[in-house]
Structure formats: C-alpha cells, structure tokens
Design a protein around this ligand. Structure first.
Ligand code: SF4
Length: 588
C-alpha cells in the first residue's frame, strides 16, 4: 500500500477520539460506507450510530469508508490504489459486507464511484457469483430504494436500532460467505421483514410508462416490505443516540451530537421526515439530562438535534442546565411558534450567533396549503422576541416552486422580509447594532410518502425566474443576504427521489459519462421529465409502494386534497388518534 496514502489515513484516525480498531479474526467484517467526504460523513449522527451498533457486537468488525477528496483522491487515482477502509486500511473487496449509509439522493453518483474505486462490479446481476454483499440503508432507501435497485443486493429498511441487530444475527450465523449468494438473499428476504431484495421482484410497466405491477418472484417473499421503527415506549426509555466519534476535521468537530427526539408531528405536507419517522417520539427528560451531562464530561459543547427542538418538553431546562455548567450548545432549526424567551436567553449565553426558523412560504395561503400551522403574527412575534433578546442574526428557510404557488406568493416573501427588518430595527433601537437576515431559498423537491408525492417539480426555468425576482427585490435591502440552491441539481434530486428502476439506468449512464447527466439523458429510452415534471395519478402504483410504513395511502390522498383546498389538518396527537394508520399498527 502506498506510503503516502497510509500516512494520510493514519493522520485522520490519529486526530479522532472514539475510533474502534478490532482484530478481524473470526469476525464478520463490514465496510460501512458514507458516500461523500469524510467531514460530511463524520457530521452525520445516523452514520455514527450504525458504526457504534455494529462494533458493539463481539462477532462484528465495522470499519469506515468515505469518498476520498483532494490529495487522497489524486493519490488513489494516480497510483490506481483500490479504495480501502480508514481503520485497518484493507481494500473494500476484502470485507464480507459493504453497507452504504444514505441520507441524500444527490450522493448516489458517489456510490458508483466508490464501488468502482473498490474494484467491485457495479451491477448486482454481475456480482451474483462472488462476495462481498453490497447493501444500503438510511432514510433515502426507505423513502424509495428503486433507483438503486440495479446496484444493491439488498436494502435494510427503517431505523437501525429496530432492525440492525436482527439482520446481523442472521447474517453472521448463516454461512453467508460460502453460501450460494442467491439462496442466501432468498433466506434473508423470507426471514427479515424489513429486508428488501429487489432482484426477487419483477416490475411490469404499462404502455404509458407507469408501473403495472411489482410482484415477488418466489414464495415466502413478502408483497410489501415493512420498514422497521422503534416503538415509542422503547424509544423514550432507550439509549439516547449520541455521536461517539469526534474529530476537529468536521463541521461539528468540537461537539457531541445528541438526538432529543425523532420524527415530527406537525405534518408539513412536503416534509418526508414528518411521515416516515412516525409516530413522533421523544426521550424522557431525565434521560436527556443524563446524556447531555455524560457528553459534556468529555467535550465542551453539545449539538441538540430534533426535527423540532422547541417541541421537546423540558428543552428550556436542558438548555439552562448546560449553560449553568459553563458549557455551550447549538440547536438545529427552531419552530417560530414555540420559541420561548428562556431558550433564547440560554442560546445567547451559549454564544449562538444565529437563530434559524423556517416559514417555508411567504403567504398565509401557501403556508395553509403546506400545513405549516404558522401565522404571520406568530412569525413576527418570534422575530421581535429574537431581536429583543440579543444581537442574533436570523436565518430563514423558504421553498420556491411549491404546489399551487403564484407570483403573489413570491411577492409575499419579499413583503415578509421587509416587515421582519422593520420589527428587528424597532426592537434593537437603542442598542446600536442589529443582526443580519439571511435567507436560504431552496427548490421544492417532491418526496415519497408525503401528501405532495403526487405533485411534479416546477420547471427549472420557472424556478430560475423566481430566484431572479427574489434576488432583484432583496438586493436593495441592506442587512439581508440571500442564497439559492441550483434548480438543475434539484431536478436530479427529484429524479433520484421519485424515479423507479429505470432511473438506475440513467444513474449508470451518467456515471459512465463522467457524471454528466445532460449527456446521459438523450441515450435513455424514457425522458427523465416523466419522473420529474409529470403529475402522478392518485390511483397510480408508485415505485415505493413496495414499502410499508404503516401509513394509509388514502390518508395521504386526503391530505393532498386538503392542500388543494388550502386547508390545514390536525397535527399528530399520539395516543389519541389513529388517523394515518401508523399508531394503530404499532405497540406503544
Ligand atoms: S396515527 Fe395520529 S398521532 Fe399517530 S402518527 Fe398518525 S397522525 Fe400522528
């Protein structure tokens, strides 16, 4: 192995705390792959949790693999060195199992790069004779695994705490390495309810290009694969997920990440996390306080994570306890309607400079359509409270291209900004300083298992035009900064989020053409707009209908129709309602 690469990899692990280095003898070896750069993968709590769960098993050794960048990448390419793991620096192909942890669709092209750099055949059908097995898990796989179906032996769908040990028990006790690969996959599909083996299903298409059917090819393989979820009672009393590996080489280098709760009961109609992580679950306050205390023994800061941090009961007390010990904390985005002065004071004491809130849409009408449950008054009250408490900058998240959006809705974003600035100036009067307003404007990308799964993505040209309009209107406002994502990448993200197995062919072609999607599209039999810009029929079979999250499709359709009527619906009332079907199907 080339010396320079070895020392680069060694230098990485030398800067880490919490690295697990195990002897391979007699253990099942898992290459846990994050398909992007090290500093991004190491900031991902889910990836770290899986690393911990695997290495907690005496029969398993898990080592990490990332997409090399910079000097590492050029050394790999120049010398033709196969990709290897961080801990023992063994080549990818030496492992029994290669497991991808996926959080973002736009990382999919990196999966193919990593397999190629590891000298692993890309297509599942070309790997049937020999190990290793290649699998994937993570939120995008339990939204829609189909675009990756041609490349994966199987997917483990759902929350790792709920199914990873069951899977590893089967994988390690059966003689997976010497067994016939196809027989072994069949065994797994028949015995693990959350394991999806795409090669065991035949998809038939109608003349119009939509899916006619998706049926198992063998007896005992389920029609629908049940995504695994931890029960609310077990979650509340169970271990709190914390990052166990720290390094200065990540965005969150100086802090331990702690998951306060999972899922969100607010039911915003565009947000996949609000549906596939149902029911919303929260840890007991005492457990959170213990987890925070333990984390602060070894690290001066914690990052508190939840879809809605302000919805966590006791969050003010937890924040205040951290500050009173002389430590610091940061939080992910906050709900404007539940942002309290107490929490803001603690954030100020903790040195947080920016408060992020997400109105998502400028007009009351569009916020009702997306089920945001956030009024203009609540937003203004939150801005006033933020400005009254300290010199915070405010980051605001908006979406453009939302279903039913009009020019007036875009104009309403500008109006909201102006009025916010006015509130901030008024509240900060006499202090002599005023925080900045930063806008992050992203394109709406439809997602599976949401009420907006039937809507298309807006055209790239209309999104660009909306972005130009906002840029022009806001460039005249001092103290306001705006950033936009690129509509062309939102197009690719929609393709990979909403596509079926045929989008896997597009992914492969784009990979063969150096990552150029626009060169790849003309080679395809089907126009990618079919997946991106086509409104889906409410009765149409969708590629992800092979997965069962316990959510009633009729409930999602009802929410879709309420959106068209600009009407909001109730938030989750766990223990009191059975509306979407999830709570009726699980033990609490
Ligand atoms: S059944 Fe009700 S409380 Fe449970 S996840 Fe569905 S909407 Fe939320």
């Amino acid at each position: 192995m080339p010396g320079d690469l070895t020392s680069l990899y060694r230098a990485r692990t030398a800067r880490e705390k919490g690295t697990v280095e195990k002897d391979w003898g007699g253990r099942c070896s898992v290459a846990l792959v994050y398909p992007n750069a090290y500093h991004l993968g190491m900031s991902n709590l889910g990836f770290q949790v899986v690393y911990g769960l695997l290495n907690d098993r005496p029969d398993t050794v898990a080592e990490r693999v990332f997409l090399p960048e910079g000097q590492e990448m050029s050394l790999h390419l120049r010398r033709g060195t196969p990709l290897f793991s961080l801990e023992s620096r063994r080549p990818l192909r030496d492992f029994d199992l290669i497991a991808f942890s996926l959080s973002f669709e736009n990382d999919y092209p990196n999966i193919l790069k990593i397999l190629e750099m590891g000298r692993i055949r890309l297509l599942e059908r070309e790997r049937r004779e020999a190990p290793p097995f290649v699998m994937a898990g993570g939120v995008t796989t339990f939204l829609n695994p189909e675009p990756l179906a041609p490349f994966m032996d199987f997917f483990l769908l759902g929350e790792a705490e709920a199914n990873l040990n069951e899977f590893m028990d089967r994988f390690t006790t059966a003689d997976s390495v010497s067994a016939d690969k196809e027989e072994f996959k069949l065994f797994l599909a028949r015995n693990i309810s959350s394991l999806y083996v795409p090669s065991l299903y035949r998809v038939r298409y109608r003349r119009d290009g939509t899916i006619g059917s998706c049926r198992p090819l063998k007896a005992g393989v389920p029609e629908k694969v049940r995504s695994a979820v931890s029960r609310p009672g077990e979650f509340a009393a169970g271990p709190v997920a914390c990052s166990t590996l720290t390094t200065p080489d990540t965005e969150f280098g100086d802090r331990v990440l702690i998951e306060l709760g999972r899922g969100c009961g607010r039911s915003c109609r565009f947000c996949a996390a609000g549906y596939v992580y149902r029911p919303p679950r929260i840890h007991e306050e005492s457990r959170l306080l213990s987890a925070v205390g333990a984390a602060l023994e070894g690290c001066p800061q914690v990052g508190l994570l939840s879809a809605a941090v302000t919805d966590i009961p006791g969050i003010e007390r937890i924040a205040s306890a951290i500050v009173q010990r002389g430590n610091r904390f940061s939080v992910s985005s906050l709900r404007a309607d539940s942002l309290t002065e107490g929490l803001l004071v603690s954030l100020r004491e903790a040195g947080q400079k920016t408060i992020a809130i997400a109105p998502e849409a400028g007009s009351e009408r569009l916020r009702r359509t997306i089920n945001k449950h956030l009024s203009r008054e609540q937003i203004h009250e939150a801005v006033t409270r933020i400005a009254d408490t300290g010199d915070f900058s405010i980051r605001l998240y908006f979406l453009v291209g939302l279903p039913t959006e009009t020019d007036d809705d875009i104009g309403a974003i500008v109006d909201m900004l102006k009025s916010m600035k006015h509130h901030m100036v008024k509240s900060s009067a006499g202090r002599g300083s005023i925080g900045q307003i930063r806008l992050s404007v992203n394109c709406f990308v439809p997602k599976p298992f949401t009420p907006f799964q039937w809507f298309p993505m807006a055209s790239v040209s209309s999104l660009k035009q909306k972005q130009r309009r906002l840029k022009k209107a806001l460039s005249r406002e001092g103290g306001v900064k705006v950033s936009f994502d690129l509509p062309k990448w939102a197009y690719v993200q929609t393709l990979l989020a909403m596509g079926d197995r045929r989008t896997g062919d597009m992914l492969l072609k784009a990979h063969q053409l150096g990552g150029n999607w626009w060169k790849a599209f003309p080679h395809m039999e089907i126009n990618p707009d079919f997946f991106v810009h086509r409104p889906r029929g409410i009765d149409e079979r969708l590629p992800w209908d092979v997965i069962d999250h316990g959510i009633d499709k009729a409930y999602l359709a009802k929410e879709y129709k309420l959106a068209l009527k600009e009407r909001e619906s109730e938030i989750c009332l766990v223990g009191e309602c059975t509306r979407c079907g999830v709570c009726a199907g699980i033990e609490h």
